[in-house]
Each structure stands twice: as C-alpha cells, then as structure tokens.
Design a protein around this ligand. Sequence first.
Ligand code: ADP
Length: 385
Amino acid sequence: MADCDRMGRSTHSMDKSITLPPDEIFRNLENAKRFAIDIGGSLTKLAYYSTVQHKVAKVRSFDHSVKETENDPLYEISVQEEIIARLHFIKFENAYIETCLDFIKDHLVNTETKVIKATGGGAHKFKDLIEKKLKLKVDKEDEMSCLIKGCNFVLRNIPHEAFVYVKHADSEFRFQNTHPDIFPYLLVNIGSGVSIVESEDKFERIGGSSIGGGTFWGLGALLTKTKRFDELLQLASRGQHTSVDMLVKDIYGGSYGSLGLTGDLIASSFGKSATADKEFSKEDMAKSLLHMISNDIGQLACLYAKLHNLSRVYFGGFFIRGHPVTMHTITYSINFFTKGEVQALFLRHEGYLGAIGAFLKGAEEDTEPHAAGAQRNETTKRPDV
Ligand code: ADP
C-alpha cells in the first residue's frame, strides 16, 4: 500500500491508468488535454486523458499443412505502431487543493482550454478558487449521476474491474468478466460519508450514512493521534480487535448456539474499553474501529439490498482502499446477514467513479455533432476543449 507524498498526492497499486476502449466518444480526443475533477469531503480526484504510442508484434501464419523450409516460413512477424487511449488518475488530500490546481495548470491546461468539468461538493465550494487560479470556467456536474455513469462505464468496459474478495483462498481476488447487462445493482459508495444508490436504467439514491470513511479517519486520528489514513490502516493491520471489543463469548462464556451466534462474534464494538483496567494499543483500537465501520456499512448495504430485492452490491469510494481487512469484513458481514444470497463486489477504480463519470460527460459533449466547434473539429481534427 503506497503512502501520500509530501504534496498530499497518493498513489495506489490499483490506481493504474486504464486503457479506454476504442469508441466514438474518444475518436476526436487525440492530443486533447481532457480532464475532469471530483472534489469530495476528504479527497480531490483527477482523471485525465492521454494517448500512448506503442509497438505491437503481429504474427501472420501461413499454410500449416506444408513443412517449413528456410525460404518458406510458416509465420511472418511484423512490428506495428498502435495508438492507445489511456485514462490516468491522481488524487490529493483536500488540504492540498492548491497543489492539485497547480498540477492541472502546469500539465493539463492549454491555450484552448476554456472550462473545467467538476463534480462533488468541492465543485461548488471551491468554484471561485478554481476559476481564479486556472482562469477557466467551472462546469459543474451532478455528483450522483457522475458516480453512476463512471460505475456503469467501468463495469461494461474495463476487464477485471469488479471482483469478489475471498480471504484465505488460493487467489484472493475473483475477477468478474465485463458484461453489457449490468442492471440492476446497488452501489454503496464509501467516501467521507456513505451513499447508497440503486441503479437500473434510471438511478436513485435510496439511502446513506454519516458513518463512513471520514469517521474512520477522524475517530482513528482521535484514538491513535495518527492523522495519516494509510498509517491508520497499517496500524489496523497489526492490531487485535478482541482485546477492545466485547465478544459473544465474553458475555456467554461460549457461543449462543440457539441463535446461531458463535463465541467469536462481536457483541459490542469497543465494549471492553470502559471496564478493562488497562491501556489499549493504537493497533488494537484502529482494528476495532475498522471492523466497526466496515461491519456497520456491510449490514446497512445488506438491508438495502434485501429491501430492494437486489443480489449484487458494488462497493466504491476511497475508504476501501483495496484493503484486505476492510474487504473481508464487509464481505463477511454481507454473507452473514444474507446467508450468501447477496454478493459483495469491489472495484479496482473504487474512488475514481465520480471523476470518470465527469470525464465521460465532458468527452461526450466534445463529440456531440451539434456541440460548439464541431465544424472546426472536422476540418482541423483538433478536439474542441
Ligand atoms: P470523498 O469524495 O468524500 O472525499 P472518497 O471516496 O474520496 O470520498 O473517500 C474519502 C475517504 O477515503 C476518507 O474519508 C478516508 O476514509 C479514505 N482515504 C483513503 N485514502 C486516503 C488518504 N490518502 N487520505 C485521506 N483519506 C483517505
């Protein structure tokens, strides 16, 4: 798990840029400095486009029925240049919003850039700052519609985007194939807070919770004096929650068999802290907190899934961070409460769905036949940005 650098930028092993499918939407974007920004309660996410030229070996085979001779090979290998469209990602803690804007100014804004596509609460809160610093007009997009647009796009187009997490299995990640038929699903986006969205042809925000990633970060900082999110996760990875949490066996002396509750089940998160006469380690408290929040969101997700008769729940948002403890706890919670009827799925681009959605909206507008500048596009083959 990578850390933030001094500028508040953070990288992640799964934040890898993605190859965009060849599509009408992207045809006119070569050399475009197209980008979009999603400013949430904790993090600012940036998605930007570039093309990469690379060499591919093409193998052409000839008649297999005849034996190869020196003058008559069975295969011909040629090397061809291909241009691939890629979407790149970067995120900054909101405290470093100015650094993020400097990055955009230095690397993404060109003389033709007039607007910046922005979503999330910060598109409103930081509008004046963005416009002043970048000398661009902020073009705001609705947060939920960007989230769902991004989610639909990655589910349909990006191979190995969604996966089931299975702890202790030979392969912990069971990747799902992309499929055009993705509806209906529930998206539980765990950012600073939690948004629960049901998506079919239309989507609806059906619930949410204020106990989310911001709560883990905030309470975790209060308990451990560690303000860095990744350090909190590292502490949690080394901790034992059983010294802080009250388990079923702490109350019953064993399991509560008639209700099917095993002795190791958490009966009360942090339940031992008030009465035990000892200091608790940062590691143990961080672990207990991570369990508490992940279990709570898992249960909430499962109730909404059952209420709306949905069997697939995707989890997005940067709280998850591809972290094994978080993914296992959520998966366990969903399995426990639904007896395996509902499936918990995670996403490789978990926290970038909103930024991807905003990017796509901008890209579509650029390629709409009636968009301003479309005629110029045709003649000059330059994107209208
Ligand atoms: P938002 O749009 O509300 O900012 P995100 O999906 O970006 O939501 O997730 C923000 C949450 O992700 C934080 O509250 C925290 O729990 C977690 N997080 C993951 N990585 C970091 C980080 N490097 N710094 C701060 N919080 C992080």
